[in-house]
Design a protein around this ligand. Structure first.
Ligand code: ZN
Length: 136
């Protein structure tokens, strides 16, 4: 058995809560020149992915007011919702978070919009930023 390749933590995507995908998509796609990447809906949000090198901007539009993005937008308005870091060892990273006493939103990884295993940490654990961890 070969050892797992260590690639190092990187920013996988930045999730931006928007009121309407179609209103913001042209800015990223046409003005900034970021290619669109098809993504599945997740957590009650329609998602537009736009590539910035190996990272993505994910525009998140609530499909209902009581979804997480719907609540976020009605409480705080549109804006940066979360930052996702891809890590070499998602389970090990979550275990280190747990051991450090950090508050987890997802106790075990689940499947996110890119079809990869992900888990969210509570903003109280990370300086007020909602952090998503993802496998590569
Ligand atoms: Zn995300």
């Amino acid at each position: 058995m070969t050892a797992p390749v260590r690639r190092g933590t990187r920013i996988a995507h930045i999730g931006i809560a928007v009121e309407a995908l179609d209103a913001l998509r042209p800015f990223y796609r046409d003005i900034l020149g970021m290619p669109e990447v098809p993504l599945d809906d997740a957590d009650g949000a329609a998602i537009a992915g736009l590539a910035a090198g190996e990272s993505l901007v994910e525009l998140l539009e609530a499909k209902s007011p009581d979804s997480p993005i719907g609540k976020f937008v009605s409480k705080r308005g549109p804006g940066i919702h979360h930052v996702c870091f891809a890590v070499d060892d998602l389970d090990g990273t979550l275990e280190r978070c747990r051991a450090a006493g950090l508050r987890l939103i997802d106790q075990v990884p689940r499947i996110g919009a890119e079809g990869k295993r992900i888990a969210f940490l509570h903003p109280s654990a990370t300086g007020g930023v909602l952090v998503e961890l993802s496998e590569f």
